[in-house]
Design a protein around this ligand. Structure first.
Ligand code: ADP
Ligand code: MG
Length: 429
């Protein structure tokens, strides 16, 4: 196996299948020069800058890890590597927009948790590029960000059908760009996005660490903003808190209005439930409403799912909607919720395994339970070390790291600990 093949093998594990196929497979290794520099060739200059921005550092890390002989990389362009272009392998989505009629302002229930974001979105829809530009909406999963963005698009497409509205997730933006680079269609890509009157980009946090995509988005943003076009962005957190987002985007996102959506309070949850039930032609007795709203957490998508299940069970059993039915329909969902590996769930399960209360995991004397819990958080969730540290009473991330490596080592020589950890892990499958 050549050194490059070794690298490819590792990269295949580290990257998505699509990225691997698009970016790494077409690369040709030309050879190694005397100075320890690996020379690579790619089909075009965009592929070159993509490779340089996204992959060189991983390639070098692999080289160091596997003790390969190169410690730098140069990339050249060789157009002979260009694949014959096939039109039908890649087309953009039809820009004639798709707005779900489910996601309109009429169907959005306003409560204190979301009234600011709602009012801002409404104002933008009524007066694009004249009030808040960009409008930046942020909030947790299932809080209604996509609903509001689509509502803006949907409304403008009715009031002003000539307006060119583009709604994409940041991930689609990236994929379109990646494919455009690959098939040498950047011009079309630019044309598509830079001629929009309204650009709605959902879940911008997925661009974190994608430098090349961020750069492209930055130019798109500038062009549109300079031309007085409306931009609406959604994210899971405030601009300053989006991990991996470059400063210049953060600062631009703060030019207009930033509006957050908070988790719904009890009243809003009840209002949403009764609104959705009414849409489905049902009416929920107030005790059931109350039960559902109190027992279900704040993710509105899950709340909707629970309601659908509730109505299905009620209609099958023919008993009408009662609290007993509600309890039954929630049981499955709640059990499922408990099994998802979140820091909170892990803490709970580890604590009860050691017959402690969750808060006791923070106590000095409970070192091992705490370390086990930290270890599992790292293994089973995508939480970062600082996040884990915070969840354990503000421990420093190096403490977390120490705990993790401690347990990782200990379980090797300690069968009973190893079994315990396996058992605990199984609880989350
Ligand atoms: P996000 O994009 O923030 O993750 P979504 O916009 O996809 O969340 O919302 C999840 C579900 O909850 C959608 O079906 C949406 O219609 C519904 N939803 C969210 N907020 C509200 C609301 N205030 N009123 C009515 N439905 C809502
Ligand atoms: Mg969404």
């Amino acid at each position: 196996m050549t050194e490059w093949e070794c690298v490819l093998e590792q990269m295949r594990e580290q990257t998505s299948r699509e990225s691997y196929k698009n970016w790494l497979e077409p690369v040709r290794a030309l050879g190694l020069d005397a100075g320890g520099c690996l020379r690579l060739a790619v089909p075009n200059k965009d592929a070159k800058s993509w490779l340089e921005a996204e992959y060189i550092s991983s390639i070098l890390a692999i080289s160091a890890q596997l003790k390969l002989s190169f410690h730098s990389v140069t990339v050249s362009v060789d157009s002979r590597l260009q694949e014959p272009r096939t039109q039908d392998t890649f087309t953009f989505d039809d820009p004639g927009q798709r707005f779900s009629e489910k996601y309109t302002f009429d169907r959005f229930v306003v409560g204190s948790c979301n009234e600011f974001a709602h009012a801002a979105a409404r104002a933008v829809a009524d007066n694009p590029a004249n009030v808040y530009n960009p409008l930046y909406l942020y909030g947790g999963v299932g809080m209604g960000k996509t609903h509001l963005m689509q509502a803006v698009g949907s409304r403008v497409s009715v009031t002003s059908p000539q307006t060119k509205i583009i709604y994409v997730s940041a991930e689609e933006f990236m994929n379109d760009m990646v494919n455009s680079i690959r098939y040498d269609r950047m011009r079309t890509f630019h044309e598509r996005f830079r001629t929009a009157d309204i650009l709605l980009v959902d879940d911008i946090q997925t661009l974190g660490t994608r430098e090349r995509t961020q750069e492209e988005f930055f130019h798109t943003f500038n062009t549109l903003h300079n031309n007085g076009k409306q931009i609406v962005i959604s994210s899971d957190s405030a601009p300053s808190a989006v991990k991996g987002l470059v400063e210049r985007l953060k600062s631009r996102f703060s030019w207009g209005l930033i509006a957050d959506i908070q988790p719904p309070d009890l009243e809003t949850k009840m209002a949403i439930l009764s609104h959705k039930a009414a849409e489905a032609g049902a009416e929920l007795p107030s005790n059931v409403l109350n039960f559902m709203a109190t027992h279900f957490n704040s993710n509105i998508r899950e709340l909707e799912g629970a309601l659908t299940r509730l109505m299905a069970i009620a209609s099958i059993s023919g008993t009408g909607i009662t609290t007993a039915i509600a309890r039954q329909s929630l049981k499955a969902a709640l059990a499922e919720n408990e099994r998802t590996a979140t820091i909170a769930n892990i803490q709970q399960i580890v604590a009860s395994h050691y017959q402690l209360r969750t808060t006791q995991l923070r106590e000095r004397s409970n070192v091992v339970p705490r370390q086990v819990a930290m270890y599992l958080c790292r293994k089973l969730t995508s939480a970062s070390l600082p996040e884990i540290g915070r969840a354990f009473g503000g421990k420093h991330h190096t403490t977390v790291l120490h705990a993790i490596s401690k347990i990782a080592n200990k379980r090797q020589g300690n069968e009973s600990l190893d079994t315990q950890i396996n058992k605990l892990t199984e609880r989350f499958n």
